[in-house]
Design a binder for this molecule. Structure first.
Ligand code: C2E
Ligand code: CA
Ligand code: CA
Length: 383
């Protein structure tokens, strides 16, 4: 978190902190070792030590040392550090390679922070796979590799209530890539806006078509990722798209997750209220798995709470999972929300959920996600 020192206290203080870091790092140097300030707050430490046990001890000692408070003028700072380690000639024979692999290992450390990571084949493969996904994802929409599936949601009587739109990606080189994986990457590389628009446009059009053709009506739930929701044009484009397809707004549910609230709550609230005014329903997805605040939940215009599959999975044998589920249902009822349980695979799960007042159900017990053609047969069979 060096950047925040610079931002809040100025570069003068920042420079002093850097010098102190350099001093501390210098104290680890043995004969022949090199220390370089590589960029901003990145340092390269070139060690001739070949015993990996020694290297590990040193890496941990450096982390501990850098974590000691920095006393600069009247300020005290605590800084974390993340270390990546690669080895010549095991990992590469050029300086460039060694540096790049240390860098990749460092990014791995940065996920948890204050730790060191030794570069290995697993990390390399994970990195290469991610790089390939990034590459391929850029052209996936243009190459028509992305499509939608729909998973039915039913009420207590087993009648169709609606469907959840779930995005799919099948790529020649990568095969089937799970949505949670590529959505995270799409967000990182700035593709989520485009991908999100595709999801909205396609699912509205396909479901509207099916409804017209079969002359019935049911809800459509669309997952909205945090980055997508925060895009400036999100609201306008959504409304435009709904109007273009003439989809009944009261039959649209947007599924958002709790992590959305790491952003400016007032902004989110203003968009949610606008959506609500249009009659669009809001569902809180994966409820109980993320950052939740009950007082916040009370303030939000939310119509539906979705019980995450992870709770439903264990509801039969695990008392804690069951009490979690009953608590969620109680909260939802107190706040006048509808409760939908996902990941229902067994009749027994549905019966337990129903006995505590759950309203809607979704899961393999009823149906897996279906392509639009197969959804048609499912709907026919229910009619
Ligand atoms: P989610 O929103 O929690 O979606 C539910 C996931 O559980 C889906 O996985 C669904 O196929 C799976 N599922 C439903 N019922 C069962 C069941 O009975 N058993 C089992 N084993 N699984 C069940 P999927 O399609 O792989 O999606 C994973 C996640 O990716 C979703 O979790 C959602 O967070 C995200 N996602 C999927 N499609 C979209 C999308 O169009 N936009 C956004 N932003 N996220 C999406
Ligand atoms: Ca969902
Ligand atoms: Ca879930």
């Amino acid at each position: 978190n060096f950047k925040s020192v610079n931002d809040y206290y100025g570069h003068d203080i920042g420079d002093k902190v850097l010098k102190e870091i350099a001093n501390r790092l210098n104290s680890f140097k043995n004969y022949g070792d090199d220390l370089v300030r590589y960029s901003g707050d990145e340092f390269l430490f070139i060690s001739y030590e070949t015993d990996f046990e020694e290297i590990k001890l040193m890496a941990q000692a450096i982390i501990n040392k850098l974590y000691e408070p920095y006393l600069i003028k009247q300020y005290t700072f605590i800084l974390g550090s993340s270390i990546g380690i690669s080895q010549f000639p095991k990992n590469g024979t050029t300086f460039d390679e060694i540096k790049r692999y240390a860098d990749i290992a460092m990014y791995e450390s940065k996920i948890e922070k204050n730790k060191y990571t030794i570069f290995n084949e697993d990390i390399k493969n994970k990195y290469l796979e991610k790089a390939l996904i990034e590459q391929e994802l850029k052209y996936a929409l243009a190459k028509n590799e992305i499509y939608m599936m729909y998973q039915p949601q039913v009420d207590i009587n087993g009648s169709l209530y609606g469907v959840e739109a779930l995005v799919r990606w099948e790529n020649k080189k990568l095969g089937f890539v799970p949505p949670d994986k590529f959505i995270k990457i799409a967000e990182e590389i700035g593709l989520m806006g485009k991908l999100g628009s595709f999801v909205i446009e396609t699912s509205l059009a396909e479901i509207k078509n099916l409804q017209n053709e079969m002359n019935i009506d049911f809800h459509l739930s669309i997952n909205i990722s945090v980055k997508q929701f925060m895009e400036v044009k999100f609201y306008e484009e959504l409304i435009k798209c709904i109007e273009k397809t003439k989809f009944d707004k009261a039959k649209i549910t947007l599924e958002i997750t709790e992590n959305i609230f790491i952003n400016d709550v007032n902004y989110i609230l203003s968009i949610l209220n606008k959506l609500r005014k249009n009659g669009i329903c809001i569902s809180m997805d994966d409820f109980g798995t993320g950052y939740s605040s009950l007082s916040l939940l009370k303030k939000l215009p939310i119509d539906e709470l979705k019980i995450d599959k992870s709770f439903v999975d264990d509801i039969i044998d695990d008392k804690n999972a069951l009490s979690m589920v009953t608590s969620i249902i109680t909260i939802a009822k107190n706040l006048d929300m509808v409760v939908l349980a996902e990941g229902v695979e067994k009749l027994k799960q549905k019966e337990i959920l129903e006995s505590y007042g759950c309203n809607l159900f979704q899961g393999y017990y009823y149906s897996k996600p279906l392509k639009i053609e197969d959804l048609k047969y499912f709907v026919e069979s229910k009619n």
